[in-house]
Design a binder for this molecule. Structure first.
Ligand SMILES: [Zn+2]
Length: 155
């Protein structure tokens, strides 16, 4: 597939991929927060420094850029117009590293989940995924944490 971004967009995209606090991450954090989920960011003591870690749920969550991490979507399968071989190598190295880190996390007892950048364009989809995490938590508690909104008394 031909690159869907202009060279300028691609350049900015490349600059953003390595950084923390990217927009897709912020989308996921905001929704996780709204759902009342407790999480930590970029825990250095865990393989791959997961973007969000939900200790109570035992979940390590990555928010991956589609291009950079080779998502099988229209953004992840583009071939840049310039330096195609270079980016191809980089992206495959990234994907291989992702697999290694995910395996290491699983060996350490974590559930590994990925939310893709393209999914963050649809907040409802992110919310569904996060609710699924909660539903699959180990132990007897299967509901979401209590909402902050005060509960009216029944009378
Ligand atoms: Zn994607």
């Amino acid at each position: 597939m031909v690159d869907v971004l202009t060279p300028e967009q691609r350049r900015r995209n490349m600059q953003a991929v390595r950084g923390q606090d990217t927009k897709p991450e912020l989308v996921v954090r905001r929704i996780a927060h709204r759902l009342g989920l407790r999480f930590r960011l970029h825990r250095k003591d865990l393989p791959g420094r997961p973007d969000l870690v939900f200790p109570k749920l035992g979940v390590a969550l990555f928010v991956h850029g589609c291009f950079w991490h080779l998502h099988r979507c229209r953004y992840g399968t583009v071939v840049p117009a310039t330096n195609a071989a270079f980016w191809d190598t980089k992206r495959h190295e990234n994907a291989a590293r992702d697999r290694r880190k995910a395996a290491a996390l699983r060996r350490a007892g974590w559930k590994v989940r990925v939310i893709w950048e393209c999914e963050t364009r649809t907040p409802e989809r992110v919310e569904r995924k996060l609710r699924t995490l909660v539903a699959s938590r180990p132990g007897p508690i299967t509901s979401l944490p209590t909402r902050r909104r005060p509960i009216r008394s029944r009378s």
